[in-house]
Design a protein around this ligand. Structure first.
Ligand SMILES: [Zn+2]
Length: 148
């Protein structure tokens, strides 16, 4: 009896440890610039919507330390109600910054085409430009880390 109680305590302790590990993984996606983590990018790329409606792509190490953009090529295609707009990027400081701005409005679809080098196969990230603030994580919904 005593042994099974001990096992139970151990199991409880383990599940707490597991839970903590999961929470830590999630916070790893809370990108420093408040933007959206583009999964499977190395270095980690972050998509940030700026107040002037331009877009910045920042790069980080696995420890979320800023690194400079190198050979990455990014194109964003916005499908707003007036039609499709394509944004191209140029290097500014360590980041890539869009040369033009996103159309007015929100809630429309974005495709972020990400290439590690000009010749690489593009990775496509599709999501909605949802600028509402999430009640839980207080980030814009497009960058929400709550997993809902
Ligand atoms: Zn959230």
């Amino acid at each position: 009896m005593k042994t099974s109680l001990r096992l139970l305590t151990l199991a409880a302790a383990l599940s707490v440890a597991l839970f903590t590990a999961t929470a830590a993984d999630k916070s790893a996606k809370a990108m420093p610039g408040g933007g959206r983590f583009l999964e499977k990018t190395e270095p980690h790329a972050e998509f940030v919507f700026q107040k002037d409606r331009s877009i910045t792509i920042n790069f980080y190490t696995a420890e979320l330390k800023t690194v400079a953009a190198t050979t990455q090529v990014v194109t964003v295609i916005a499908t707003a109600k007036d039609g499709k707009t394509t944004l191209e990027f140029e290097k500014k400081g360590d980041s890539l910054v869009s040369k033009t701005k996103l159309p007015e409005g929100e809630g429309y679809n974005l495709v972020v085409q990400f290439k590690q080098t000009a010749d690489a196969k593009p990775q496509n990230f599709r999501f909605k430009l949802d600028l509402h603030t999430c009640g839980e994580c207080k980030r814009a919904e497009y960058a929400c880390i709550c997993g809902h």
